[in-house]
Design a protein around this ligand. Structure first.
Ligand SMILES: [Zn+2]
Length: 71
């Protein structure tokens, strides 16, 4: 049985980088970035710079987690 919350946070665990070769921002998995495996998913270059974004604010979901009412 999969947990929607785990999938949600796994998908959100990405960092934003700016690729100077593609001249655009790309998303790289935080785990890969932490392992030093920085490469652009498009051009596979490593000329990337991390984009610092403001602290994430709480993003309200359109509906509550289905298991919330089971707690
Ligand atoms: Zn690129």
């Amino acid at each position: 049985m999969s947990t929607p919350a785990a999938a949600y946070f796994a998908a959100a665990a990405r960092k934003q980088y700016f690729c100077y070769q593609c001249n655009r921002t790309v998303l790289i998995a935080a785990a890969a970035a932490a392992a030093g495996e920085l490469s652009c998913p498009d051009c596979h270059g490593d000329f990337l710079e991390e984009v610092t974004v403001p602290a994430p604010t709480f993003i309200p979901l359109p509906f509550p987690f289905p298991f919330a009412r089971c707690v």
